[in-house]
Each structure stands twice: as structure tokens, then as C-alpha cells.
Design a protein around this ligand. Structure first.
Ligand SMILES: Cc1ncc(COP(=O)(O)O)c(C=O)c1O
Length: 465
């Protein structure tokens, strides 16, 4: 392992006071956090003034990078005008109205209403509650289960974490709750069987979904939720026909498709929505993250007219629509959402993502030749590099060795921040990244990869356990 420099005062104070999400807590005590002080463009700077290329846009969210003056100005103006208000009890405010109108305009399917939350988890939690509410309104009280997928990531509230299909979100947390069932992950490289074509793989997954629905009972299933491109499960791009084929099965049984666009949305894959990139036709949509380019927290649920009509009828029966968050539709978030979308359109950020995609793909393709790399995958400006102990057999490293996490640390030492998802290294740079910065990001990563190879060999980690 790497030598640890002495901890700074801020690191020591952090260890004493902050409980860190998604962090091996036992290691933090000795290693301390990387304390970031400021950001500019695609770079962030630590307290020692060292620059890092933020190759993950923070948590797949800071699509306009750091320090965008237009965003800062929009925030300041909104805070001066109306720093807080809400939408409860039939109150309204212009930023929320304007953002809802804008989302309706750019949505990939006809949308009638937008419900605001503070985060992606709350958006997905809300999706589940809304599906239950709708089916109660429609007199289908048993149609309540939600299908999700292995390796899906939908957040961390009790229901969102239940939808998530990752072991560390369930083990030790008494999750998933019932009413959630998981189906297969559409990752051909990992789960395709020997000799199977992509089409045969899709057919097998479709059959497995059909079997699951029949086993559970179609009348008990309300919806299926899916990220078009899976993010935190390892940047998994499904086979081209996957969504069209599974949606046929869902349609047969009146099971709604919910698109979780929390990472995919707002240009990340080269289209406004990931659904457009993968040929998915959702009924409802969850959004967050790049909705405000991460300049303020905000999430949203987009629903069509017939779904909304069901809420209205139930609200009439019960007396109100009993759901809402204090900060759902916060004016700061909404003003920044309006501004972010205006910037995406005016600066043609989607066009820029499409222009940068060939370089992104070419650099990933070059990395694919590395002996420790099993697969590279990407869509637009989100990508993953899966590390393996044996390229020929696709054998993974022993998970206990933490190879991915160690590579992320080598990356940090080489001044590029990337995320290890198991042994897949994820890339999701700010969408404003230039060609030169993209190349610099991959140059830094390649140095880290060389460090990793030397370390793997020194530790003898390629050998089978
Ligand atoms: C696809 C997806 N859905 C939902 C979430 C949860 O969002 P949040 O962390 O804002 O609650 C995430 C977060 O990474 C995500 O990637």
C-alpha cells in the first residue's frame, strides 16, 4: 500500500466530527479524507493547492463543472428575491412553475405534471408511493410490487435502497423490504453465457422477466424501474434491443416503466434523456443531479396526464394529496434548474457531449488493450473500465483485495478523481470538458494504471485464490 503523509488539521477535525457516506469507516480513521477546498471548470483543488481533474463530476452530477459564473449569478439573484418558499397547501412560485414547464417541454414522452423533491432517492421513493396511490385510486389494491434489477442503483432511503440491487445497500440494513423483486442485470460481458449471442442473452433475460412476473402474479406488480444506462452498478450499457424487448412483456401485463434518469438525464449520454439513447419509452421519469448541474439539491418526478388524473380522483376521495417535502421545489434549486437547462440549450452542451464522445471512446478503446482490463464500456460521456485478474477467462480479482479501491487511490495520487465500483473504474467528467482536458484525464489515468499493474504484480494478485 501507499505511504501515508501526516494528517492535516482539517483531516483530523473531519475524522473527529463527520460520519462519511459510502466510506470504509475503519480505514478513514487512519487515512483521513481528501479535503477539497475549491473548484474551477473541470478541476478541483485540495487544501494544499493540488489540482485534480474531477473525472466523476463529483457524484455524476456537476455537469457544468465548478465555478460557472452564470449559475452563481442566478443563485444570488434568487436568494435575494425569495430565498425560500414551498408548494404545500396550493402555494406557488415562479421558479417552480418555469422549471416544470421547461421539463414538460424537453421530456421524451408526453408529461402533464412535475412533482419536486430534494434528491434522487426521494424522487424514486415518491415514484413507488405514487404507483401505490394510483393503483389504490384505480381500484387495484393488490397491484403494488415493483420490479428492479440486480446491480441497479436507485438511492438510499428505505424504499430506494430496496430498489437498489447492490449487496452493500442491503446487508446489515434489513433490506430490501417486501414489494420489491429484482430481475437480471443486462450486462452481457459478465452475465452472457459461453457461446451466447447478445440477442440470445436478451431473449433469456426476457424469458426470466416473464417467468418472474408469472410467478409473482401480474396483478400484483405495479411497475418496473430502470436506469437506461446503469451508473453506480458499474456503468452498464444494455444490449441494443434490451429495453424494446422487455417493454413488450411489461405492456402485456399493464406494468408501468419508470425511467430513473438521475444520472442519465440532461445530456450525459448525448441525448436529453438516457431513455432516448437506449430506446426506452417510460411512463414516468425520475430526475435529479444534472437537473441543477449540482449547484443546488433538487429532484423531480414527471408524470403523464392519465396517471395524474388518478391522483386527482383519489385526492378528492381522501381530502388531499398527502405527500410533499419541505424543500421539494426549493426556489434556489428550481431557479438553478431553469438556468442549467438554459445553459445546456444556449451553449449546446448536448452537441458538445456528442463532439467529445469519439475522443472519450477512442481513449477507452486504447485502455481496453491493457492486460488488466477486461472490458471498457460507455455511452456519451459516461464510461467504465472493468479490471480483471485474467483477461482471457474474465476472472475477477479476489474482492477482498480491494483492487478497484486501490486503483482509485492511485488515480488520486496522479491527480484525477475517478470512482471504483468494485473493480470497475467509472468515468463521468463534467460535460463541458474540452478535448485537451479529456486527453489529460486519460493520460493521468494511464499513469495510475501503470502504478496499479506494478502493485498487482508485487502483491501477486493475478493468481487465482
Ligand atoms: C440512478 C440513480 N438514482 C438515484 C440516485 C439517488 O440520488 P440521491 O443521491 O440524490 O438521493 C442516484 C445517486 O447516485 C442514482 O445514480
Amino acid at each position: 500500500m501507499l505511504d501515508q503523509p501526516p494528517l492535516t488539521n482539517l483531516q483530523t477535525r473531519d475524522i473527529e466530527a463527520v460520519l462519511h457516506p459510502y466510506t470504509p469507516l475503519h480505514k478513514l480513521k487512519t487515512n483521513g479524507p481528501l479535503v477539497i477546498e475549491r473548484g474551477e471548470g473541470v478541476f478541483v483543488y485540495d487544501t494544499q493547492g493540488k489540482d485534480y481533474i474531477e473525472g466523476m463530476s463529483g457524484l455524476w452530477c456537476a455537469g457544468l463543472g465548478f465555478g460557472d459564473e452564470e449559475m452563481v449569478e442566478a443563485a444570488t439573484q434568487q436568494l435575494r428575491t425569495l430565498p425560500y418558499y414551498h408548494l404545500f397547501g396550493a402555494k406557488g412560485m415562479e421558479p417552480a412553475i418555469e422549471l416544470a414547464e421547461k421539463l414538460k417541454e424537453i421530456a421524451p414522452v408526453p408529461i402533464s405534471k412535475v412533482f419536486f423533491t430534494s434528491s434522487g432517492s426521494e424522487a424514486n421513493d415518491t415514484q413507488v408511493k405514487l404507483a401505490w396511490y394510483m393503483n389504490n385510486a384505480l381500484g387495484r389494491p393488490n397491484k403494488k410490487k415493483i420490479i428492479s434489477r440486480q446491480k441497479a442503483y436507485h438511492g438510499v432511503t428505505i424504499m430506494a435502497a430496496s430498489l437498489t440491487g447492490l449487496p452493500y445497500n442491503h446487508i446489515g440494513w434489513d433490506l430490501p423490504v417486501d414489494r420489491v423483486v429484482h430481475t437480471d442485470c443486462p450486462h452481457f460481458y459478465r452475465f452472457g453465457e459461453a457461446g451466447e449471442t447478445e440477442e440470445q442473452f436478451v431473449a433469456r433475460l426476457v424469458k426470466s422477466l416473464r417467468d418472474l412476473i408469472e410467478r409473482e402474479g401480474p396483478d400484483t406488480i405495479a411497475a418496473m424501474i430502470a436506469e437506461p444506462i446503469m451508473g453506480a452498478g458499474g456503468v452498464i450499457v444494455p444490449p441494443a434491443t434490451y429495453f424494446a424487448e422487455i417493454q413488450k412483456v411489461l405492456d402485456e401485463h399493464d406494468i408501468m416503466m419508470i425511467s430513473d434518469e438521475v444520472i442519465n438525464g440532461f445530456g450525459r449520454t448525448g441525448n436529453w434523456w438516457g431513455a432516448q439513447t437506449v430506446g426506452m419509452t417510460p411512463k414516468t421519469i425520475s430526475a435529479a443531479k444534472q437537473l441543477t448541474a449540482a449547484y443546488a439539491p433538487l429532484g423531480a418526478v414527471l408524470v403523464p396526464q392519465d396517471v395524474y388524473d388518478a391522483y386527482v380522483s383519489h385526492s378528492e376521495k381522501i381530502g388531499t394529496f398527502g405527500h410533499g417535502f419541505t424543500y421539494g421545489g426549493h426556489p434556489l434549486g428550481c431557479a438553478l434548474g431553469v438556468k442549467a437547462i438554459a445553459i445546456y440549450q444556449r451553449r449546446d452542451i448536448l452537441g458538445h457531449v456528442r463532439n467529445m464522445t469519439p475522443t472519450f471512446e477512442a481513449r477507452l478503446k486504447k485502455i481496453a488493450d491493457h492486460p488488466l482490463v477486461g472490458e471498457v464500456r460507455s455511452a456519451g460521456l459516461v464510461g467504465g473500465v472493468e479490471m480483471v485478474a485474467d483477461k482471457a477467462t474474465k476472472r475477477s480479482f479476489d474482492p477482498k483485495k480491494g483492487v478497484g479501491a486501490q486503483i482509485a487511490k492511485f488515480c488520486e495520487n496522479r491527480r484525477v478523481i475517478l470512482r471504483a465500483i468494485g473493480d470497475t473504474i467509472a468515468f463521468c467528467p463534467p460535460m463541458i470538458i474540452t478535448e485537451a482536458e479529456l486527453n489529460e484525464m486519460f493520460d493521468r489515468f494511464e499513469l495510475a494504471l501503470a502504478d496499479a499493474e506494478a502493485w498487482v504484480d508485487k502483491e501477486g494478485l493475478r493468481k487465482a485464490a
